[in-house]
Unconditional design. Sequence first.
Length: 185
Amino acid sequence: MQALARRILWILGWSLQHEDPGTRRYVLIVAPHTSNWDFPIGLLAAWALGLRAHWMGKNTLFEGMLRPLFRAWGGIPVNRGQPGKTIEKMAARFAATDHFVLGIAPEGTRRAADYWKSGFWHIARAADVPVVMAYIDYGRKQIGLGGAFIPGDNLEADFQRLRDFYKDKRGRYPQQESAIRPRRD
C-alpha cells in the first residue's frame, strides 16, 4: 500500500516532505483545508509515509454506506455539539496506548472562517502530547509534515507559532483559507 500511494502521488505531481516528530503519540493538524480533495490527498500521503493515523470528522460523514470505509481508514466520528466530551475521550485514547496519531483539520470547514477551532490544542494539552503541523500546499504541490511543539499555557503564543509555520502554505482555494487565530468569545 505504501509504495502504491507514493506512486499515485508522484503521478499526480505531488512531493512529500517528512520530518520525524520523534514520538508515536501526537495530534497532527492539517491545513490549509479548502477543498474536498484535501481528504484523499492527505490519506494517500499518510499511506505513503506509513503513518497509521486516525482522523476526526463530523458525525454526519459516517452515515450511510461510507461508514465502514471511513472507520477502516481510521475515522472517528465527532458530535460537534459536545466538544468537552470529545477532548476527554481523545485524551483517554492517548492514555490507553503507546501509538496513537490523531489528525484534525483545525479550520473545521472548507470555507473561510474568522478563526481556527482550538480543540486540537486542548486535546494535545489534556493528553500531554505534542502538536505536529502538516500541510497540503497546492501552490508547490507539496505535502509536508513537521514542526512539532508541546502546547504551552499561552494559546495566543502557540497560535503565533502556527501562523509562522503556515504563512507560506496555500490551499487549493486560497481565498477560502481561514484566519489562523483562536476564537474570540
